[in-house]
Ligand binder design. Sequence first.
Ligand code: FAD
Length: 564
Amino acid sequence: MGWPYHFVSLDDGQQVRRRQLLDSYGQIAQFSILLLPLIYQLSLGVRLLFGRLQRKHVYEPVKEHQSPVASGFKQPAIDGTGSAWAKLRWALDEPVAQGWETRKEWLAILVWGAWLLLLVLRDTGDDYLHLTRRFGIVAASQLPLHYALALKSWSPIQYLARLSHESLNPYHRLLGRLIILLMTCHATLYLNFYFQNDLLQKRLKDSDVILGLTSIISALLIGTTALARIRHWNYRLFFYSHVMLSLSLLPILYFHVPYLRLYIIEATAIYILLIAQRNTEQSSTTATIEPFPGTNLLSITIPLTPSLKKRNYTPGQHIYLSLPSLPQKLRINPFSIANPDPTSDNHIHLVVRTLNGTTALLASLTKPPQPTPILVEGPYGSANYFPDPATYDRILFVAGGVGATFNLPIYRDLLRRSTAGDQVPPANFVWAVRKDEDAVWGVQVLSEQCKGILPKSFEIFVTGKGGSASDGPPPIRNDSIELQEREGLLDTSASKEGIAEAVRRGRPNFRGIVDEVFEQGGSGDRVAVLVCGPSDMGASVRKEVGRWVWRGREVWWHSEEFGW
Ligand SMILES: Cc1cc2nc3c(=O)[nH]c(=O)nc-3n(C[C@H](O)[C@H](O)[C@H](O)COP(=O)(O)OP(=O)(O)OC[C@H]3O[C@@H](n4cnc5c(N)ncnc54)[C@H](O)[C@@H]3O)c2cc1C
């Protein structure tokens, strides 16, 4: 079977018909997006129904500590559709490679890509130019969705899909690649047409072709600078090129050809919303920044202004912090809210590890300490959409270093609820730090909350000097890890009960820790695991938890990443 497309000449009527088909397939590609939330809501309904039928332990109303706004969005805490479903979900949540998107995200985008390809091919006959233009219009029809997926809040997609901006971000990235692929096909087929018909030289001087080529170069640059390797190497390069190029792409496409204008106007409206939302959500205030002695950590206390007070806070969220004085204003960095309840504390507390960029700048403001004007945006985060951890039978928290800023507030919130008389499941907190001093802030807040007695379920593994070699094989937990009384800060800084008992020297053995949690309780117990730390630590814990999923256990897994 040969190549089915040819350069055909059409009469006026056929050209009008081709135009109509191009426009209607563009619209179908755009309107079919509406099917996605519908399918999602239906699948959620079916899962809830199955859960209700199979288990007594289903989604419970959100407890009083959570904001009414957040509660409306909560994911149901069920997986009661059987272990086959739980295993499938686990397998789909696996990244296709380290640092890449998950199988589920790739699968979703491949299915969506296949649908778009069908819309590109249908009713094109053997008309080469029809096919060429169809690639272009179908690509443009996806731009509004692509820009909408970048909205941090005010997003109907987040509301309908019950997913946070962070969970939707991989789809934004993958859809972006799909759009670039479709645009590239469009441009390549057109260039081939000009070349084959000796039109290349002439057409390369025409404004529509110049704008078309500029847009494809911009799109390829956006795609390249958004690659994980570049993002991790220089986040700022990615961020500013992304903002500038995605903004300039819109007028270029608008003037490229008139048929795309509806989609470009829609995408522009969403872009304006995105900027307005980020500006509206920013509040200016003055922070107190202090160093934690003996560490590269900073404690940042942000008093709640009236506008920050109005926001809904859920433990596990983060804010964006920036410095309003130029050029630092350009630095906008995310940090987890380290206290579980900013509203009643009347301040947001951050614990920040000093690195090279903005954080070094923040550290310089402590010499001498000075009140620092800052801008705060948020709160944001997946925590808005978490099921209530208390609806699980057991909970395991694993934190690495400053990653405890994410899950310690959730753990502390559960302790608070338990003290207030709520029924909360047993929760283990495992925290690996390099040195004692890195854990002091967490021990202090926890022991204050627990009136000087640290919970037995709270363990700190000090992996640096004094512990076992951090690059050696992990020791067997409780057998070979020395549970020594420590000669450092954590023992002596507080003569409070439980601190020495909480400290282990050496690396945590995640197999032992995970097995212990899963072996306690009944074999049907559902376990929530919330991890935040270096990616290899997350991968190790996930591997161990995965063994239990394959044995049929139901798990809610969340691994928070401090970078994307
Ligand atoms: C959701 C989340 C919560 C975090 N919470 C904490 C915390 O509680 N304490 C802590 O010490 N660190 C936290 N981080 C990491 C922290 O944001 C970076 O370590 C910090 O910004 C690095 O600053 P820098 O001085 O090294 O250099 P910069 O040049 O200022 O930033 C470099 C790195 O910071 C990250 N980064 C910067 N801006 C953004 C952004 N707008 N969006 C996403 N990533 C960005 C990127 O990974 C980038 O490579 C969190 C990160 C995320 C994504």
